[in-house]
Design a binder for this molecule. Structure first.
Ligand code: NAP
Length: 279
């Protein structure tokens, strides 16, 4: 013993902007719960500085990072090794620094599935699923949703070409089609509608397809807030069976990252209760 206190392992979330992120609170609650000695920082990094910031964090003893908007896709270029799920989604939200190597993974898809199936008890086999939005989050969740063998996945997006690219990319793995919001057939009825646009986060309410919601539709907004998001209020007004915000996914994807870094799985229900959020 040289009398020096043990260095604390450093982690953090890198984004731009990032001040709104709840990840530091969630990871501190995980650390307290599991007795892991770590610190977790908020790191605001502009796109032009991303590579330098990641290398510097690694060089100065950082053990791992969460990566958030707008860097999730760009960071795939900077890793030495990519998990299969990060490779198929083309996006990384978790970095693990191993010696001099960087491993990239994506825990968003598994986080959503743990919330939908594990916490909320949804049965997705043979379900008709509508995803609103065709950005990075949609890319990350389609593969895990297809693994649950739904009847169909329809991707509706404001910009049709982006939805088409995703439908083509995943159509070899399952029944995925693309359309515009207004082209969602009035006769379609969906078991699950996932809002993966960033409109809720911006307080906007796009012209979502009203006829898609029936009293047996479960609506899930990837966005979350302390009060209902525009999409979750809209879905409740349209008579959805249930309308839920993405807090559960946020905590579950964080737990998966924590497990990758520390080899310990936190109790996510306890943390959801501590955040005083009803999933
Ligand atoms: P992104 O790559 O920037 O994609 C944004 C998507 O939203 C695009 O499809 C875009 O349509 C659409 N959009 C934005 N504003 C719109 C509007 N006013 N009307 C209609 N469509 C609009 O973002 P992302 O990474 O996919 O993230 C999407 C959301 O998921 C964000 O709010 C993010 O915070 C949330 N998220 C939550 C979790 C969680 O753990 N709960 C995890 C990941 C992401 P166009 O293609 O037409 O531009």
């Amino acid at each position: 013993m040289d009398g020096k206190p043990a260095a604390v392992d450093r982690y953090g979330v890198m984004g731009y902007p990032v001040s709104h992120s709840r990840s530091p609170v969630i990871h501190r609650l995980f650390a307290l719960q599991t007795g892991e000695n770590l610190q977790y920082e908020l790191l605001q990094v502009a796109p032009s500085k991303l590579e330098t910031a990641i290398r510097q964090f690694q060089r100065t003893g950082g053990k791992g990072l969460n990566i958030t908007l707008p860097h999730k896709s760009e960071v795939t270029r900077l890793v030495d090794d990519l998990s299969e799920r990060a490779n198929s989604s083309g996006a990384v939200n978790t970095l693990v620094f191993r010696d001099k190597e960087i491993f990239g993974d994506n825990t968003d898809g598994i986080g959503l599935m743990r919330d939908l199936v594990g916490n909320l008890g949804l049965e997705l086999k043979d379900a008709s699923i509508l995803i609103l939005g065709a950005g990075g989050a949609t890319r990350g969740i389609i593969g895990p949703l297809l693994d649950a063998e739904p009847k169909s996945i329809t991707i509706a997006n404001r910009t049709l070409s982006r939805a088409r690219v995703l439908a083509e990319h995943f159509s070899a793995s399952g029944p995925v089609t693309a359309c515009r919001f207004r082209e969602v057939k009035p006769s379609s009825s969906f078991d699950l509608i996932i809002n993966a646009t960033s409109a809720s986060a911006k307080g906007e309410l796009p012209p979502y397809p009203e006829s898609a919601v029936t009293d047996r539709t479960f609506c899930y907004d990837l966005s979350y807030g302390l009060s209902p998001t525009p999409f979750s209020s809209w879905a409740a007004r349209k008579g959805a069976a249930r309308s839920v915000m993405g807090w559960g996914m946020l905590v579950e994807q964080a737990a998966e990252s924590f497990d990758l870094w520390r080899g310990v799985r936190p109790d996510t229900q306890k943390v959801l209760e501590q955040l005083e959020i009803s999933a």
